[in-house]
Ligand binder design. Structure first.
Ligand SMILES: Cc1ncc(COP(=O)(O)O)c(C=O)c1O
Length: 402
């Protein structure tokens, strides 16, 4: 029989002491008395962000005014931010840029994908995934005047739903509720063998695990800047367009910033030669500056290490939950196998909503998703093993309260 090691608080402290990412916590301004397991929804404030934004506001905007578009590198900021995100998702710098919300970016890329397959009618996506993605696809169908059709299928039926009429396979890499992870390479290959374009929503995987869009041969992708990338509330989202498509795609919102030479102010639109053609309007400098600071928290960090710690944190959570929370009516609602999971764990409980409110009041921040899910995000740059130990303690305590 294998020897069973008792997990206690001291052991978690020992793991924290030897954690190769332990120094990264200093990069964040964490509030006292809070265990924050919601970085999958809104990342923690990077320590450098306030001073940097103050500088952007006071000096670059306040003093240097319009000169800052060049002197402070404002014009180049979408590309700088894009380059940092590219490293995290296995893309080239000229394939990623940052702008707009994830929803708007999703619209742009879905529309661009459909234009690449004008003779096909069907969009395949997953039922029950994050609503904005489905709503945008429904909007495209409505705008097509009956030409397009959206098939929302269960995750096990996705590959079988693809055929010669499929224009687009649009999926979230990691499911926002269950944390279930799709095999991007396998499903992209399935889309390609049906002749379809793939569009991935990386909101719950960029900065959370080792995404490799190049190895997976993904065509298009979007993602959020305010979750694992720590860009702040409402941070710009990002857009990835594989280089092989740069000459073929056309921008659905072809604004002047996506022009090959915006300052020529020409009457006719000539797209920039790379992902920049998907930019539409003036870059949101304050938001991009904050996102840039968020991305700097990954400086010198290998995503391999982030993923390894995320897996250990989640396994610790699930092991302790199995022992201490299962008898109290909690049921794991995420894949048990680490390879099938993103960087969050989800538990079901009949009283999930009121329990999450009580947990937050007690200083343990996760979130609730209807009807009965408690979500806890693992963010290895600032979450410690001891936080997981204390979180389980707190949940058990609250669940046992009369
Ligand atoms: C998977 C996924 N896609 C898209 C979004 C929406 O992004 P936004 O509101 O920034 O457009 C979210 C937000 O939580 C999300 O989880």
């Amino acid at each position: 029989m294998p020897l069973r090691v008792e997990i206690d608080r001291d052991l978690c402290h020992a793991w924290d002491a030897e954690d190769p990412l332990r120094g990264c916590r200093e990069r964040f301004d964490l509030p006292d008395g809070v265990i924050y397991l919601d970085g999958n929804s809104l990342g923690v404030l990077p320590r450098s962000a306030a001073a940097r934004l103050q500088d952007v506001i006071r000096r670059e905007w306040g003093r240097d005014l319009i000169k800052s578009w060049t002197s402070a590198g404002w014009m180049a900021l979408p590309a700088e931010v894009g380059g940092r995100i590219a490293r995290l998702i296995g893309a080239q710098a000229n394939e990623v840029t940052a702008a707009d919300s994830t929803s708007v970016n999703y619209y742009k890329l879905a529309q661009a994908a459909l234009a690449l397959r004008p003779e096909r009618r069907v969009i395949v996506s997953e039922a029950g995934d994050f609503p904005t993605d489905a709503y945008i696809l429904q909007g495209l169908v409505a705008a097509s005047g009956g030409r397009l059709q959206l098939k929302l299928v269960e995750r096990t039926a996705i590959a079988d739903a693809l055929d010669a009429d499929t224009a687009l396979l649009a999926l979230s890499h990691v499911h926002y509720k269950t944390g279930a992870l799709h095999d991007m390479a396998v499903l992209t290959a399935a889309a390609h063998s049906a002749g379809a374009i793939s569009l991935w929503d990386l909101s719950h995987s960029a900065g959370a695990l080792e995404v490799d869009v190049k190895a997976a041969q993904a065509d298009l992708a979007v993602g959020c800047g305010y979750k694992y990338l720590n860009g702040g509330p409402g941070a710009p989202g990002f857009i990835y367009v594989a280089e092989k498509l740069h000459a073929q795609v056309s921008a659905p919102i072809a604004g002047w910033i996506g022009h090959a030479d915006p300052f020529a102010f020409a009457d006719g639109f000539v797209p920039a030669g790379d992902v920049r053609q998907m930019l539409s309007g003036t870059p949101p400098i304050l938001g991009l500056a904050a996102l840039n600071e968020g991305l700097k928290t990954f400086d010198g960090v290998a995503m391999r290490e982030v993923r390894a710690k995320s897996v250990r944190l989640a396994s610790l959570f699930l092991d302790l939950a199995g022992e201490r929370l299962a008898p109290l009516g909690f049921v794991a609602a995420c894949p048990r196998e680490a390879a099938a999971r993103g960087s969050q764990v989800s538990l079901r409980h009949l009283r999930a909503e009121s329990m999450m409110a009580d947990l937050i009041a007690a200083g343990l921040v996760g979130d609730f998703r209807p009807p009965d899910l408690l979500r806890f995000g693992m963010t290895p740059l600032y979450t410690r093993y001891v936080d997981i130990f204390d979180a389980i303690d707190q949940i058990a305590h609250i669940a046992q309260r009369p």
